[in-house]
Design a protein around this ligand. Sequence first.
Ligand code: SF4
Ligand code: SF4
Length: 353
Amino acid sequence: MKDYSNATWVDPSLGWKPRAVSELPERMLVDFATKCNLRCPMCPVWGSDDNAIESVKGVMPVDAARRMLDEIMAATPLVQPSMYGEPLLIPDLKGRIVDMKSRGITVAMNTNGLTLTDELANFFVDVGVDSVFFSLEGVTRETLNTIRGINKIEKIESAIFRLMRVRGDKELPRIGVTMVKQDGNAHEEEAFVARWAGIVDCVRIGLIFENGTYPGMVTPEKRLPCPALYQTMPVHNDGTVTICCLDGFKATNVGNIFKDGVNAVWQGEAFAKVRYYHETGQWDEVPFCKSCNGWAQHEFEDEIRDGLFIRRSPQFVYYNRIDRLNNWTGKLLGGHPEPPTTEQIRTTVAAAE
Ligand code: SF4
Ligand code: SF4
């Protein structure tokens, strides 16, 4: 790891001891294509005005994407093939997925599911896509319309059941549904969990990010450096790297992997400077992070209830099917501690009865 502790921007009186940074990120969010068939008002990119969107739309060149994958494959990271795009709209999606899977990369996607055909569902299962989570947001057409501007809830639900049917009892993909809780759908949270918990492998309830923070999050008192800065690299379709996936308009540009490579940006001076400010509590020096409480997302509490393994963090609640926990493993854990095995849970429950 490159040592920046004597850099000109470091204040020696703070006695900064840089935290270790891996050679390559363990998780990458890669916008292979910034294209979407929706315009969710909550979306930091597609919820903006047309001129702003035009500046970030685009498709990642295939050769540059392959060079990136060649470099990162040694670390066998998790790649989420979209950040501000609908992954099913990536041109030659199958080719991009084969590029990743053939290099031993874990592939996890969040989709709105609108264009998931039988053929694509079969491909995902055959090629071993690791995880597919559907952003569903509610249980009624009205609520879906409020949150995502469409009322095709039956179409998305059919896509979920299509993938579940094709996968059957196979281990992968891990299948989930998600809700980002906000004013327009909070009244359906309970019904959402009741509708899907125990059916899909995981129901994930998150909080909305608004005006630079998660207003619904209970934030611990003592602020710590954000774990995302040490785990996740967000890559935009032109190769630009930002410090955070919440930065859709690239305000925190710390380099370009097409120009310099993944390792050079991940361990580069611009990224190191941001980590220095976090590690020394100089939050004012990173305006994008200044008022954000997203750093608190990695403290977990577990519970076994109603036949489910429930994990809570300040930002998320995960309702997991106990009999499908075996596929929540490896890089899919994304910073989570390993959950107990199905067998361990059964033994714990039997002992408590
Ligand atoms: S589906 Fe996702 S990428 Fe598309 S507008 Fe909605 S939140 Fe944004
Ligand atoms: S503190 Fe917030 S804005 Fe900054 S990197 Fe973490 S999640 Fe992103």
